[in-house]
Ligand binder design. Structure first.
Ligand SMILES: [Zn+2]
Length: 608
């Protein structure tokens, strides 16, 4: 296997000694028996009670000075990390080991104790939502409430969908069993299942990662084992989907949301029209591009069609990227954009905030997790592949965004919309990819261009196919009351086919993929990847043309949730309301495919 001969810039600081596992005992608590856990839970209960006692029976929305004090206290309560630390600690433990029953029990007990405590402050935001319109306008303009302006605006907008306090409490009480526990069941079935591959028993999440490291002709064999195992969970998955989607739909109706994704648009500080424009644009123009690409790819390999498991197959030798090399490339790029980003990276490595390798029982995939006052955590399942390098860049992009946003904003505004989050992650992913391409030899560049296109398709067309699939499942369950596993599978199959086209031989059983893709359960979350990717490719273009655009990049990363998505992009020169903006972003993707077409026509077919 080939290697990337990446030469970092001479000013890249030496890699400090680092950890490859989360060091939860020094970052959170020494163990499940740490007395500090009980102390923090008791403290949290006291804090909620004190806040409720102080403000519940007092009118706090009419007088500006009183309201300012109440809001300040609310901000410090919700941003107090001691309150959320026990829950965060135990849920991180369950990510590391799905069989950690101590953590699961602790979480259940905590939920039982903390939910009624936190319910006591529900009245606060509900009261704010009930303020008469005329007074809301006064508050939004008042200079003494300037700090809270965006928080109040968002709150007033979503308050239109609020229910009564008693109803909100019932919904919160029923939420775990209506949705979360169902999802956890499927996730647990998948993460603890095993397949036998080459005489070795391996966990399903590891098998899913392993598939990328295999030779092309072996991939369909392992995929068959994986998808048959996943398909065997059809009955529980069917019940899970019907339960969680019916739950979401019924809650939407009660709250008066018109479309299945209306609540998502509001929660992401986004708007329905721009989501629809994006989905329509990609479905119409994007799917033609991805289908064209797979046709060219099949032609390149000299086969009539590719197997579904071979859709990401490289056309050359995929370089191996050991974790140490992946670190060098990523750190170099992060340091180049801004030394502060490199420093964040290094500190997370040193303090054990990145869990690198797959293990039995550990959740599959990768994610970044953050919270006010808490260490940022990144989970990976690193294999020595190019894809794993991209994942590292992606998750660390999330981490830098979370870090900058926490540094520059107070607790109420230090989060971010999921839409801007996926922009940040794909921005770094793209920059790292460009760095690798520029370090590559001419022959490897062709291979990498091909890989870049497959990666882009996975983020642009594939996610919009998921969106369309999720929407169809929502509407079908709503209209017909339920869907069977066979119907769910068939729907997924059709939508996979819609962006892959005739050049990828996909079989009905591949539709069972809906079971193991957790993102289909996140209420149209999938579109955020596409949106983020298209926005970040525009930003990368600006940065490559003029390095001083790094200032705007930092403005973007530091904005947190201090403004709407539209305004945050407007500040850095991108108009997300214009359809031309999406067209411009898709054009770069189309150009890449055109370049690939030229290269394919020059080459004789190469056997898979
Ligand atoms: Zn992401």
């Amino acid at each position: 296997m080939s290697k990337i001969h990446y030469i970092p810039h001479e000013n890249l600081p030496a890699l400090p000694p680092y950890k490859t596992e989360w060091d939860l005992s020094s970052l959170y608590y020494t163990s499940a028996d740490d007395p500090q856990i009980e102390a923090d839970i008791t403290y949290a209960i006291r804090q909620y009670k004190a806040f409720a006692k102080r403000w519940r029976s007092k009118p706090f929305t009419t007088d500006i000075a009183t309201l300012a004090v109440a809001l300040q206290e609310y901000e410090s309560l919700t941003g107090n990390p001691r309150i959320s630390r026990p829950g965060r600690y135990f849920s991180l433990r369950t990510e590391l080991d799905a069989n950690d029953s101590t953590a699961e029990k602790a979480l259940a007990v905590q939920r039982k104790r903390l939910r009624p405590a936190s319910d006591q402050i529900l009245f606060f935001t509900l009261e704010l939502g009930k303020i008469p319109s005329a007074h809301k306008h006064v508050l939004l303009k008042h200079p003494d409430l300037k700090h809270f302006r965006y928080f109040l605006k968002e709150l007033f907008d979503s308050a239109r969908h609020d229910l009564t306090e008693a109803e909100e409490k019932i919904i919160r009480l029923k939420a775990p069993q209506a949705s979360h526990l169902w999802q956890e069941m499927t996730e647990k079935l998948v993460s603890t299942a095993q397949v036998k591959w080459k005489g070795k028993v391996i966990a399903l999440p590891e098998a899913l990662e392993t598939i990328d490291t295999l030779r092309s002709e072996e991939k369909p064999k392992l995929w068959k084992l994986i998808i048959e195992k996943i398909d065997s969970f059809g009955t529980p998955a069917e019940h899970e989907f019907n339960a969680i989607i019916t739950d979401a739909r019924q809650e939407d109706e009660v709250r008066g949301y018109k479309k299945p994704y209306s609540a998502t648009a509001l929660a992401y500080q986004h708007d329905e029209q721009s989501i629809e424009a994006l989905v329509e644009g990609v479905t119409k123009s994007g799917f033609t591009l991805s289908q064209k690409f797979y046709k060219l790819k099949a032609q390149y390999h000299g086969v009539p069609s590719l197997h579904y498991a071979q859709k990401y197959d490289s056309i050359g030798t995929e370089p191996t990227v050991p974790f140490s090399e992946a670190l060098t490339i990523c750190r170099d790029v992060f340091y180049q954009v801004n030394t502060a980003y490199g420093a964040i990276f290094d500190s997370m490595l040193e303090r054990g905030q990145i869990d690198v390798y797959p293990r039995q029982g550990k959740r599959g995939g990768a994610f970044m997790s953050h919270g006010t006052g808490h260490p940022i955590q990144v989970m990976l399942n690193h294999k020595n592949t190019l894809k794993a390098l991209e994942t590292l860049a992606h998750e660390m992009g999330h981490a830098v965004h979370a870090h900058r946003s926490q540094t520059h904003n107070s607790p109420l505004f230090d989060g971010h919309s999921i839409v801007t989050a996926e922009t940040a992650s794909t921005l770094f992913e793209g920059l790292v990819y460009d760095a690798i391409i520029s370090a590559a030899s001419e022959d490897t560049k062709i291979v990498l261009l091909h890989d870049k296109i497959t990666r882009d398709i996975a983020t642009i067309e594939r996610q919009i196919a998921f969106f369309n699939c999720e929407l169809e499942i929502h509407n079908t369950i709503h209209e017909h009351g339920a869907m069977t596993h066979a119907e769910l599978k068939e729907t997924m199959y059709r939508h996979l086919k819609s962006y892959l086209g005739p050049a990828v031989a996909i079989e009905p059983i591949d539709g069972a993929s809906y079971i193991y893709i957790p993102h289909l359960r996140y209420g149209f979350y999938v579109y955020s990847y596409t949106f983020g990717h298209l926005m970040s490719s525009i930003m990368t273009g600006y940065y490559k043309a003029d390095k001083s655009y790094r200032t705007q990049i930092d403005t973007f990363l530091s904005a947190g949730a201090s403004d709407s998505v539209v305004n945050i992009f407007k500040k850095i020169g991108i108009d997300t309301k214009k359809p031309e903006t999406f067209a411009m972003a898709l054009k770069a993707h189309a150009d890449d495919i055109k370049t690939f077409e030229k290269l394919v026509n020059k080459h004789a077919p190469k056997k898979i």
